[in-house]
Design a protein around this ligand. Structure first.
Ligand code: URP
Ligand code: ZN
Ligand code: ZN
Length: 480
């Protein structure tokens, strides 16, 4: 079965041009003018619309066991919702419990993901350290297509990685040609501030941002960046939410360090007033870490994207329903941290970014798809419109609009942080591996159709970094 997308304007990270796109056997088979339709082809009329690489969300947590519960969205419902929103691939996280062998956790997550309807890959978290972790990181890179390792600098007494873990793991990542990534918040400070805020009698969700101020994030981002600098390894900072961590990234990049930053659709458009809402369900529904910030931080994030110091956008899609959030009714530190967004990221960023002139359509493609593919080494299989690339595409209707609501979304959660927001610019069709899976409001997905995407290590980049270290290597003083 083939699909011919006819009459659209192709928009990639680099180019904009009129062309038809033919998809065959899951790949892009031809791009050009007036392509003749094969006899079996389904025709998608893209007149007046843009044809773009499908979105890649580099940060999701489907069915994550976390804070005493399990995220309500699984790999089937979550990737379905992604396709409805124009996202054709996710990179989720394997998160071993402390002392859990990495390979055991990895196989567990691979099993859970078998029901995915779109393609997926995994970062693997390093939550503890010993020789077996060192060994398993090598096995994952060599034999299982993993090229990124995540470190949570927060969540003390749970999955937090201290400096010893960071240094060992970054060093190992460097040897393997893999990218360390960090959730940057100083976990000890968060822990102490939570106690302080509670002792002041603040037990509601308004305590959440008070216990995680921007400086706590900035400190951790800067520390991770300096550790990466000493270890001579690149670094990817997830969910950058504030000026302090963006400044640390910008400074490092201007000093020649290879540091990348991701920001979330939610952090770009939602501010911290949500935590002071009278309704617990509403305020707790927004509890995620790092928290939503004030407007000045949102403005800084947009400038980070525009200036190229932030390269990717994600959602940190991690769903907890109202009954799960209720665990923290009398103590905000017990509210499961996480919010949804996989279905809405593309439309929210188009509406708030392209419609306002902050981003061009090409920049939109870069920050929602291509840059992630490049950074995590799956370009041009993903993130590109090229002959031979995977046929993961979105046909984008810039005139279409939708009012976001938990009543109508496909995400398996009873709350939507973008509730009531009307977005202009929506996917009319999503094509996943050459199949039309979303067409004018109808999802047609196949359980298990998603494939695991292997990601190769970064040989060339890492060799260059290693050479730069050799070049600067200190010399022992010869005596006697
Ligand atoms: O609040 C969040 N972000 N929950 C998911 C885990 C994480 O920190 O990414
Ligand atoms: Zn995080
Ligand atoms: Zn996360």
């Amino acid at each position: 079965m083939s699909v011919l997308i006819r009459g659209g304007t192709v928009v990639t990270a680099d180019e904009t041009y009129r062309a038809d796109v033919l998809c065959q056997d899951g790949k892009i088979a031809a791009i050009g003018d007036n392509i003749e339709a094969p006899p079996d082809a389904r025709i998608v009329d893209a007149g007046g619309q843009y044809v773009m690489p499908g979105g890649i969300d580099p940060h999701t947590h489907m069915q994550l066991p976390f804070m005493g519960t399990v995220a309500s969205e699984d790999f089937y419902t979550g990737t379905s919702a992604g396709l409805a929103g124009g996202t054709t691939m996710i990179i989720d996280f394997v998160i071993p419990a402390p002392k859990e062998p990495l390979m055991e956790a990895y196989h567990k997550w691979r099993g859970w993901a078998e029901k995915a309807v779109s393609d997926y890959s995994f970062h693997v978290a390093v939550t503890w350290w010993d020789e077996s972790v060192h060994e398993d990181m090598g096995v994952l890179v060599r034999d299982y297509g993993v090229n990124s390792f995540k470190h949570f600098m927060a969540y003390k007494n749970a999955i937090m990685a201290d400096d010893e873990v960071l240094v060992n793991s970054f060093q190992r990542a460097m040897e393997l040609g893999a990218m360390p990534t960090v959730h940057a918040e100083n976990g000890e400070l968060v822990y102490q501030l939570q106690k302080q805020v509670l002792s002041q009698g603040i037990t509601g969700p308004e305590g959440h941002p008070l216990s995680r101020p921007p400086v706590v994030e900035g400190e951790a981002a800067n520390r991770a960046i300096q550790i990466a600098n000493v270890m001579n390894v690149p670094l990817y900072v997830v969910h950058v939410s504030c000026k302090e961590s963006l400044d640390a990234i910008t400074r490092a990049r201007s000093n020649g360090q290879r540091v990348y930053g991701e920001c979330l659709a939610g952090h770009l458009v939602i501010d911290d007033s949500v935590y002071r809402h009278k309704d617990f369900k509403f305020a707790a529904g927004h509890v995620m870490s790092p928290p939503f910030r004030s407007r000045e931080h949102q403005d800084a994030l947009w400038r980070g994207l525009q200036g190229g110091n932030l390269q990717t956008t994600a959602t940190d899609h991690c769903c907890f329903c109202a009954d799960q959030k209720a665990a923290g009714k009398d103590d905000f530190t017990k509210i499961p941290n996480g919010t949804a967004g996989i279905e809405d990221r593309m439309a929210v960023i188009w509406d708030a970014g392209v419609n306002t002139g902050k981003l061009t359509p090409n920049e939109f493609v870069a920050v929602t798809s291509t840059n992630t593919a490049r950074i995590f080494n799956i370009y041009p299989q993903k993130g590109a419109i090229k002959v031979g690339a995977d046929a993961d595409l979105v046909v984008w209707d810039p005139e279409g609009s939708r009012t976001i609501s938990a009543e109508t979304h496909h995400q398996n959660i009873d709350f939507n942080i973008f509730e009531g927001r009307t977005v202009k610019g929506i996917p009319s069709h999503t094509i996943s591996r050459g199949k039309v899976v979303w067409a004018d409001g109808e999802l047609t997905v196949e359980r298990g159709a998603g494939r695991y995407i292997n990601r190769q290590p970064y040989a060339a980049d890492f060799e260059a970094l290693a050479r730069s270290k050799e070049y600067n290597a200190p010399q022992a003083v010869k005596r006697g």
